[in-house]
Design a protein around this ligand. Structure first.
Ligand SMILES: [Zn+2]
Ligand SMILES: [Zn+2]
Length: 142
């Protein structure tokens, strides 16, 4: 009995294969400056747990902020994931997944950082930069 969905995906060249599980898989999109620099557009991501990689040796990790790492395929450059350091959860790039038909866009974050040249039509929850930091930034005394 499980309400989890098993997800599989791979980078463009196939050197890195990803498997993970997601509860009610949904796509979140981040409009922040770093994501757009990283991927030339907003980052579409599915939050996954129990993630394992085949071809782990091809993954290059970059510490993109004090609190997070990003991983990409060192052979083809595909963006693989965003991960809060110490978390067992990976934000896997939605475009890597083999099955994308059932996915629904549910959340947009850093909406106030979004440039004006595109707008996503889907009705989603939204969070601004200030709302993101209020929700996720560690308390100053920790
Ligand atoms: Zn690759
Ligand atoms: Zn971002």
């Amino acid at each position: 009995m499980s309400d989890k969905t098993r997800l599989t995906g791979r980078c463009m060249c196939g050197a890195v294969v990803i498997t993970g599980t997601a509860r009610d898989p949904k796509v979140a999109v981040c409009h922040c400056d770093m994501c757009r620099r990283w991927s030339s557009g907003p980052c579409f991501e599915v939050s996954c747990q129990e993630v394992s990689f085949e071809g782990e040796q091809h993954i290059t990790r970059i510490r993109s902020s004090e609190w997070a790492e990003r991983g990409f395929c060192g052979k083809c450059g595909s963006n693989l994931f965003y991960q809060i350091i110490g978390s067992d959860e990976f934000q896997i790039s939605a475009g890597l997944l083999d099955e994308q038909d059932g996915l629904k866009l549910s959340l947009q974050v850093f909406t106030d950082r979004k440039p004006s040249y595109y707008t996503l039509a889907d009705e989603t929850e939204t969070m601004t930069e200030a709302e993101m930091f209020a929700a996720y930034a560690p308390a100053p005394d920790r």
